[in-house]
Ligand binder design. Structure first.
Ligand code: ZN
Length: 258
């Protein structure tokens, strides 16, 4: 499975700048990425206000990074699964620390492991469409191809979950296009970016993954991990340290703004 490209973490700043948002300097530890929620609508509110995964209303096509859990909220995002070796371990840790996460699944993996998709939903986590086949060059291909990758995955994930729809779309490797963002948004899937790429996919060592989170969290609240695509022992061990650390720092776990 293709690796995620580096250097995507600046999305948040670029998007914020493009929106012309004035960021408030309220202390170095408080994120300004909340600005991403501009334009979402008048009723962002807590996630409980809508039935997760049953809402097909069009959403904003801008790439979101902000958390619905307030200024100390973080969004744990888990990509490329589900995988029977790793997803259950990740789910156990999330439960242990009372954390909710967003799982960006490929259509292929969801179709192969529908029980895991249902486990994710039953635990209160959210689903995200991560394309059918994880083609990180899909932004260079036709709109017909992009549409098939996104909408087939939407269908495969929804069938695997037993009817709960993905609420976000994250392009593999961040290979969004204006077309793919609009298409996903028109199906109720908010384009989802990230602020902290833990680089866990490259297996840099557990400590390196933990340190990356601690160092880069000031960039914004959405953190990228993986639960498939190879040996994810380091990811699991890193989460075992990162989740309690986040709680000690006063963070709360939320979902990306929709
Ligand atoms: Zn991925």
């Amino acid at each position: 499975m293709a690796r995620h490209g580096g250097g995507r973490g600046w999305y948040g700043k670029v998007v914020g700048a493009a929106l012309g948002v004035t960021m408030l300097a309220v202390g170095a530890s408080v994120w300004t990425a909340q600005a991403d929620s501009v334009g979402v609508g008048a009723t962002p509110g807590p996630s409980a206000s809508a039935t997760p995964g049953n809402d097909t209303k069009p959403v904003d096509a801008g790439i979101v990074h902000a958390s619905d859990a307030g200024p100390r909220g973080v969004n744990i995002t888990i990509d490329d699964g589900p995988d029977p070796a790793w997803t259950p371990q990740v789910l156990d840790l999330l439960e242990e620390y009372g954390a909710k996460a967003t799982f960006c699944m490929t259509g292929v993996q969801a179709e192969a492991h529908p029980d895991l998709v249902k486990d994710v939903v039953a635990a209160g986590h959210r689903l995200c469409d991560h394309s059918v086949s994880h083609d990180t060059a899909m932004d260079k291909k036709s709109e017909a191809y992009q549409s098939k990758e996104i909408l087939d995955a939407e269908r495969m994930i929804t069938e695997a979950s037993g009817g709960v729809r993905p609420m976000y779309y994250r392009a593999p490797g961040g290979a969004f296009t204006p077309y793919s963002r609009r298409l996903a948004a028109s199906h109720g899937m908010r384009p989802l970016g990230w602020n902290v790429d833990t680089k866990d996919f490259e297996r840099p060592g557990t400590e390196a993954i933990v340190t990356t989170v601690q160092r880069e969290l000031a960039n914004g609240p959405t953190i990228l991990f993986h639960d498939a695509g190879g040996d994810r022992t380091q990811t699991v061990e890193a989460l075992r340290q990162v989740l309690p650390w986040l709680k000690e720092q006063g963070h709360t776990f939320g979902f990306p703004v929709r």
